[in-house]
Write a protein that binds this ligand. Structure first.
Ligand code: EPS
Length: 387
């Protein structure tokens, strides 16, 4: 079963990732991983940090001649900005008067600063913000894009896109396929499936930036051709929708997760929400609708998986909010750190969904070797079709 860990501070030397459990024999497309990293960096509303970084992944373990070995995959993404922080973020040299400058003592409301400092006993809140920064999500995207490549070998495809930015909501066609969605979002710099609102949202972002404020939004991820029966109804902690929700909520700034119709289902009648069952020789078992977003009883049901995430506005504001200095206890404005007005978090949410689906598949089927993994999943799909 796959697992992963990331390490690294935002202005430290590098981000590090270790991914275990990817089958041997997967030909990695490094360019595609880097395309995912570029998507995370790009988009309208990004701050100046992204002009410094050109995120590319280096692979230093678990892969030979471009093909996975089945051993842990070690990944590095360099922080170019570290050059400007070399002394202050030096991992080894003892602290001195000069390399501890730029301390942060005025926590930003909504960020991890204050509680992180309280919990870990840091008096310089830089020790918190360096790790809680969304910079870490670069590594999750690299890992997620590797998982996405494995999923593609099973003909499972997914995409994350933006449905809402601030109050501006796109009325997307919910019947679009992953391919169609991918083609649509590639045509604008907001990952929106409908370009009509792009000029309006550009204006909103520009005005928000001018006002020193930030925006949140809603992200939707769709995954197609996921076999039925991943996850389990037998215990609360084996329900895959719960695991997906935890992974999505684990992305910085997420405050809500929905599966399928989510909260809207609560105000409808059961007859409007349950997806009626059908069967045919070719497609096997299916549902006539997909209100439940591909999940019944905590298990995938073979319909497209639909996950939505609500992201709060980025808490780092150029027009800072009220705070209290942790050194003096004097009420002051929060510290101002470089920030973004909006971020392309949909590629991050897409990546963590890819990771959780890969985890579920590798937990269910022997994932030692890609060819065997594919054969086993194909046989399983055939068995379910005939059930
Ligand atoms: C980010 C990198 C960070 C921030 C941002 C996201 O880099 P820096 O602090 O050097 O500007 O731009 O993170 C936050 C503002 C935050 O509050 O976490 C990134 O690479 O996504």
């Amino acid at each position: 079963m796959i697992n992963y860990v990331t390490a690294g501070e935002s202005h430290g030397p590098q981000l590090t990732g270790v991914l275990t459990g990817i089958p041997a024999g997967l030909q990695l497309d490094i360019d595609a991983i880097n395309t995912g990293l570029a998507a995370r960096q790009g988009g309208f509303g990004r701050g100046n940090r992204q002009q410094i970084e050109h995120d590319t992944v280096q692979i230093t373990g678990g892969v030979r001649h471009g093909v996975t070995l089945g051993s842990p995959i070690a990944l590095t993404i360099m922080n170019r900005d570290h050059a400007h922080w070399a002394a202050i973020m030096d991992p080894v040299s003892p602290a001195t008067a000069t390399n501890t400058l730029r301390q942060v003592t005025r926590p930003r409301p909504g960020h991890a600063d204050l509680v992180g400092g309280m919990k870990y006993g840091h008096r310089d809140l830089r020790n918190v913000l360096e790790r809680s920064s969304a910079r870490e999500t670069a590594m999750r995207v690299a890992i997620g894009q590797i998982c996405k490549q494995l999923l593609a070998q099973l003909d499972i495809h997914l995409v994350g896109y933006v449905q809402q930015i601030g109050p501006k909501q796109v009325t997307a066609d919910l019947t679009l396929s992953v391919d169609q969605l991918q083609a649509q979002i590639a045509q604008n710099d907001l990952r929106l499936p409908d370009a009509a609102l792009v000029p309006e949202i550009h204006e909103l972002i520009t005005a928000t930036k001018k006002a020193g404020d930030t925006l949140g939004g809603v992200i939707r991820v769709v995954a197609e051709n996921v076999p039925a029966g991943l996850g389990s109804y037998t215990n609360w902690d084996t329900k895959l929708d719960g695991q997906l929700a935890a992974a999505v909520m684990g992305v910085n700034a997420m405050k809500g997760v929905e599966i399928g119709d989510g909260f809207a289902a609560a105000s409808h009648y059961g007859s409007q929400v349950m997806d009626e069952i059908s069967w045919d020789e070719h497609a096997g078992w299916s549902r006539l609708t997909n209100h439940l977003g591909g999940f019944e009883g905590g298990m995938t049901n073979g319909m497209p998986i639909v996950v939505k995430a609500a992201m709060k506005p980025i808490p780092t504001l150029y027009k800072p909010l009220q705070s209290v200095d942790i050194a003096t206890k004097v009420s002051q404005k929060a510290s101002v750190e470089r920030s973004d007005t909006t971020v392309p978090a949909s590629i991050v949410v897409e990546s963590v969904v890819a990771i959780e689906l890969t985890r579920a598949l590798t937990a269910t089927f022997d994932g030692s070797n890609l060819a065997r993994f594919q054969q086993t999943v194909t046989a399983y799909r055939e068995e379910l079709r005939q059930y």
